[in-house]
Design a protein around this ligand. Structure first.
Ligand code: NDP
Length: 301
């Protein structure tokens, strides 16, 4: 039997429609337009494409988008000065500094200089701490998207055994905490985990965030399990050109899983849509607004 293929693009479009409706509500009820500032340092072509997509999506959702393109030679002091200005600007509700940054700039200092209330990437240590301690912080976008997709497929996740492979600050750890908040029983696996295939075979949900092409094999998956593949790995195709594959061996897994995200077209599109959720949420929080429907899950298809 072939798995249900989770259409991340369609899911992201549903989420964006939900955000767009909420932004319209925010404008008509309160006269406030959410503003997203993007900061790009240097001229990495991939980063330019990512940032342009984020700005385009924000504008399409009815938000203001403020672009700050800085040369690769920008000093750390100048970047931090810009962030402090954006922190203080009431028309900017979300700040996104595109990573990676040039080597002479310390990413941790940049993240901690950004106001945690405006850090729509959800990387600020205060947000990470509040995710552990309880509360409703801005959560990193990719983990938020993974959990929304799993809930969209399975409904209530309570009691499900979720195996998260990878423990990075960006993906693995926040995804595990979000799944725990959904009352999953969570196993966090990493490079020192012993007999990972056996652990995966006990999972109702597998989230693979490793960065190793097609590592998770079909026979690691319990029949019917939901597989969320976060990995983005460039590999050469038959003609020697570059193609992207996930951390899961999709051709094998699709015959065993109950539902699976493809790469590309699965988790990736959800990340930008969740950035819009965070910008809206940050805007409402900064203005003390509680009567706007911020999407917390995927709106029905
Ligand atoms: P990191 O490199 O920061 O973390 C990788 C994790 O995988 C580590 O915790 C590491 O364990 C673990 N790991 C490495 N090898 C193994 C192994 N053999 N068995 C089990 N675990 C292993 O990566 P990220 O979390 O930043 O990203 C993971 C993947 O997700 C990448 O492919 C990245 O491109 C992709 N990604 C996709 C996004 C999207 O929008 N779709 C967004 C962000 C990332 P240890 O801690 O022990 O070293």
């Amino acid at each position: 039997m072939s798995a249900k293929v989770i259409d991340g693009k369609a899911a992201a479009a549903r989420l964006k429609a939900g955000v767009t409706a909420a932004v319209a509500q925010l404008k008509s009820k309160h006269g406030i337009t959410p503003g997203l500032a993007t900061v790009l340092v240097g001229d990495d072509p991939a980063s330019h494409v990512y940032v342009a997509n984020k700005q385009k999506t924000a504008t399409e959702a009815g938000m203001n988008s403020f672009q700050h393109d800085l040369p690769a030679t920008t000093s750390q002091a100048d970047l931090l000065a810009l962030l402090k200005k954006l922190n203080a600007d009431p028309s900017v509700h979300g700040i996104l500094v595109q990573m990676p940054l040039p080597k002479h700039i310390d990413e941790t200092t940049v993240v901690t200089t950004t106001s945690s209330a405006k850090d729509v990437d959800g990387l600020h240590p205060e947000s990470a701490g509040r995710l552990v301690a309880g509360g409703d912080p801005l959560v990193a976008c990719t983990p938020m998207g993974c959990v929304m997709l799993a809930k969209d497929v399975l409904g209530d996740l309570s009691g499900k055994h979720a195996v998260v492979i990878g423990r990075s600050k960006l993906v693995g750890k926040p995804v595990a905490l979000l799944l725990l908040n959904e009352n999953c029983t969570v196993t966090m696996a990493h490079s020192r985990t012993q007999d990972l295939p056996a652990i995966c075979r006990t999972a109702d949900i597998i989230v693979a965030a490793v960065g190793k092409a097609q590592m998770v094999r079909g026979d690691w998956i319990k029949p019917g399990a939901t597989v969320i593949d976060v990995g983005i790995n460039p590999v050469p195709n038959a003609e020697g050109k570059r193609k992207l594959v996930g951390d899961v061996n999709y051709p094998e897994a699709v015959n065993v899983a109950g539902a699976i995200t493809p790469v590309p077209g699965g988790v990736g599109p959800m990340t930008i849509a969740c950035l819009m959720v965070n910008t809206l949420k940050a805007c409402c929080a900064q203005n003390g607004i509680t009567d706007v429907a911020i999407p917390t899950s995927l709106p029905p298809a």
